[in-house]
Design a protein around this ligand. Structure first.
Ligand code: F0G
Length: 367
């Protein structure tokens, strides 16, 4: 039986590695592309969810981290550093553990979901809470990597983008061609950059990097999709056209005011004839509930931003019928489970208490 070997080995001919590379992997990628019946019905099309919560540490970051950590080892690094809203730190901490490297993570104080914090701690990362936001953390992480012997594993490192582009490869491999539209949340803007790069590379002939003299591989996709990215309204610098000094959103993963890959995200938007728009926290939480209650897919709030975007664009009459639409849902619901325990009006969900008695339970269940 075939066992998925992680994105570097599965897509080696398209990644900057060679036979002598010591690959750091936890078996990331190979995530399910799940048909979403309720969303498909809503837009009279075919909607799939690329469920990235199924990666080893529960988010899409693992695709990039296998490449970044592999590059760190190749360079002889002893320590890695990253800034994070949570998922990157969880991923870096896990992959650094396998690589045998020291890992330092800088996170905004009090704004990290508990699941992510516990992952970083469990994997033994040096956890520094910074009195500031993600943008400030990234600034420090960059300066540390420039002035001290630590290797930066944020998505400003091109190795991260290389790994994350495999998400697009998997979508095309599953569908047999590129979708018409690809939707996803936008925070630091690395992932939209990576997907666009992956879709572009898959729609052109490619020279195998690992065959002497190069072996021409045919294009896999006949076209590239239209890219639709969504930021949280209180953290929407690209939509507003200027950095946001105090970004705010319930979707803490994308609480970012000055994305590192800003220009590349704009290029993905413009070159694909797409958009980057804002969705409100209410729309994000409604999409989060939609995914749990109608599709059976549990995500963290930020991960629902792409779905919120689809619902919003549909309401505005901007989603053509009969299209194939893929939405990346970026992280697992168990990362930040508290949101599911709130009702739509913000009140707490309270489970019913009953005595230990079959008839009472049956009555309670309406049986
Ligand atoms: N969704 C989730 C769950 C994320 O954790 C992130 C980014 C994004 C979407 C946005 O992706 O930054 O590539 O545009 N999280 C980073 C982190 C910033 O530190 O974990 P992006």
């Amino acid at each position: 039986a075939h066992q998925w070997r992680g994105v570097i080995r599965e897509y080696a001919e398209r990644l900057p590695v060679d036979d002598s590379t010591q690959v750091i992997t936890l078996g990331e990628g190979g995530t399910p592309l799940v048909h979403a019946p309720a969303l498909s019905e809503l837009v009279s099309g075919t909607v799939y969810l690329k469920v990235e919560g199924m990666n080893p540490t529960g988010s899409f970051k693992d695709r990039g981290m296998t490449m970044a950590m592999t590059a760190a080892v190749a360079e002889g690094a002893k320590a890695v550093v990253c800034a994070s809203t949570g998922n990157t730190s969880a991923s870096a901490a896990a992959y650094a553990t396998q690589a045998g490297l020291t890992c330092a993570v800088l996170v905004p104080a009090g704004k990290i979901a508990m699941g992510k914090l516990s992952q970083a701690v469990a994997h033994g990362a040096e956890l520094i809470q910074v009195d500031g936001n993600f943008d400030g953390c990234l600034d420090i992480a960059r300066k540390l990597s420039e002035n001290y012997p630590v290797f930066l594993v944020n998505s400003v490192n091109p190795a991260r983008i290389e790994g994350q582009k495999t998400g697009a490869f998997e979508v095309v491999d599953a569908l047999g061609d590129a979708p018409d539209y690809h939707l996803l949340p936008v925070g630091n803007a690395g992932n939209i950059t990576a997907y666009w790069k992956g879709y572009q590379e898959y729609s052109q002939p490619w020279t195998n990097l690992h065959v002497e003299g190069g072996e021409e591989l045919a294009a896999v996709a006949t076209h590239t999709p239209i890219m639709w990215g969504f930021q949280a309204e209180g953290a929407a610098p690209i939509v507003n056209g200027h950095p946001i000094t105090e970004p705010e959103t319930v979707a803490t993963a994308i609480r970012i005011g000055n994305p590192a890959s800003w220009e590349k995200a704009e290029a993905a938007r413009d070159d694909s004839a797409g958009v980057i728009e804002a969705v409100t926290d209410e729309e994000i939480l409604a999409a989060h509930r939609w995914l749990s209650s109608k599709e059976g897919v549990f995500v963290e709030p930020a991960s629902a931003a792409g779905v919120a975007g689809l619902i919003k664009k549909h309401s505005a009459g901007e989603v053509p019928a009969e299209k194939t639409i893929v939405i990346t849902v970026t992280g697992h619901g168990l990362k930040d489970p508290d949101w599911a325990l709130k009702n739509a009006d913000g009140s707490d969900v309270t489970p019913t208490m009953v005595p230990q008695d079959v008839e009472t339970v049956a009555r309670q269940l309406g049986l």
